[in-house]
Design a protein around this ligand. Structure first.
Ligand code: ADP
Length: 400
């Protein structure tokens, strides 16, 4: 069975075609700058690459590029679209409506649309992706939606209700939802597998550290708390996002600078974090290089990131009543061994002991344990694979 995984953004559409017999990636790519001008990149599992500038006015036109590449003589991996058994879509916001993956129906699309106020850019784009897929494939090919928020739906009220007047929760569903759930789900299950234990018996903290970052506490196989909130702005400092702040910082700066809510939103989401502190870049590699070259603000940005990670691991250890395993994943978590080293050495007081050599080797897609045999807490680096989770959920639902 071959499954097409789609991640539709407002101006981009990423895809992977996965062969579920061995879970290999047959082809993957990205349609960028949809509705602006358009750039399309497609590569195959056996190393063929096709890249071109091509106008894509909307998601349907992007989908046609994907379809043509998948079946093309030179760059294709299938003979016809009939070989695609199902399509799985990544959806950012499932709200309180969706606590697990489901097959797309008109009601499901309406449900995702009803959540657009909570995730205006993302959910609107996802619906465009689903509709584009329906136009190109027709309704013969089942579609499944997999939600970033779903894994976090087990959080208790005390973790997800904000201490603002309760009526805002009732009126607008303002609460913590959490994101990157598909990634936290993948790495937590994979970690349990590597430990040879049942996830239900492991107190685990998973750190997804990328451009966007979130940390999750898992107990009895369920999420009990996570750092992102109503939106992906909350929690630890990120590439261009602030993470948690004293809320008065927002109103104070808005008043001083005469900024509208929209301008504040841009400042908090796009101009802060690594970029805002260092003034160098939102990318960890650039900021680390600048810090090593003596840039004090770049060094400060790195210090803040490591401090934030440390604080979350410390507080979630208390929430869990101890911790058996810590997992690092995503671009920074999988590659920046210096941050893992700083954080883990600071956790020695609670029995975390990493093997520095192993830590340095665990980069660029390597998976494994970086803690020493006598560490009280197992520490793992696990490359995430959200597309595979989406493909697995899709297969499970369409073959039910
Ligand atoms: P996104 O949240 O957009 O999926 P990623 O998970 O790819 O982002 O993470 C991007 C971050 O990971 C960047 O800050 C980048 O510097 C860092 N990163 C990615 N690859 C590497 C690498 N090979 N070495 C060091 N850092 C990396």
């Amino acid at each position: 069975m071959k499954i097409l995984v789609i991640n539709a953004g407002s101006s981009s559409m990423k895809y992977q075609l996965i062969d579920m017999t061995d879970e290999s990636v047959l082809a993957k790519g990205n349609c960028e700058r949809i509705g602006i001008d358009g750039h399309f990149k497609h590569s195959t599992g056996d190393g063929r690459v096709f890249e071109t500038d091509v106008t894509m006015n909307n998601h349907t036109e992007a989908f046609i590029q994907i379809k043509n590449a998948l079946i093309s003589d030179k760059y294709g991996v299938i003979k016809s679209l009939d070989e695609v058994s199902a399509v799985g879509h990544r959806i950012v916001q499932g709200g309180s409506l969706f606590s697990e993956s489901v097959i797309v129906t008109e009601d499901v699309i309406k449900g995702i649309e009803s959540l657009i106020p909570l995730a205006p850019l993302h959910n609107a784009a996802h619906v465009q992706g689903i509709r584009a897929c329906l136009e190109v494939f027709g309704d013969k090919v089942p579609e499944v939606v997999v939600f970033d928020t779903a894994f976090h739906s087990t959080m208790p009220e005390k973790a997800f209700i904000y201490p603002v007047p309760y009526e805002y929760y009732e009126k607008y569903a303002v609460r913590r939802y959490g994101f990157h759930g598909t990634s936290h789900r993948y790495v937590s299950h994979r970690c349990a597998e590597l430990m040879g234990r049942d996830l239900k018996d492991i107190k685990m903290i998973t750190c997804h550290l990328g451009n966007g970052s979130s940390i999750t506490a898992i107990k009895d196989g369920k999420v009990v708390d996570t750092s992102m909130g109503l939106t992906p702005l909350d929690g630890i400092m990120m590439g261009t996002r602030t993470g948690s702040l004293d809320p008065s910082v927002v109103t104070f700066i808005a008043e001083q600078e005469h900024l509208t809510a929209e301008q504040m939103d841009t400042m908090l989401n796009k101009k802060s974090g690594f970029l805002g502190i260092s003034g160098v870049s939102s990318d960890d590699r650039d900021v680390t290089a600048a810090a090593e070259a003596g840039n004090a603000r770049a060094k400060l940005a790195i210090d803040i990131l490591e401090y934030d990670i440390l604080k979350y691991i410390g507080s979630y250890t208390a929430v869990l009543g101890g911790v058996d395993a810590i997992v690092f994943t995503a671009g920074i978590g999988e590659n920046q061994c210096s941050h893992r080293s700083s954080v883990c050495h600071a956790l020695e007081f609670m029995g975390v002991k990493i093997d520095d050599e192993l830590n340095e080797k665990m980069i660029r897609g390597n998976e494994g344990k970086i803690s020493a045999p006598d560490s009280k807490v197992d520490v793992y680096v696990i490359p995430t694979n959200e597309e595979l989770v989406i493909a697995r959920d899709t297969m499970a639902l369409v073959t039910k």
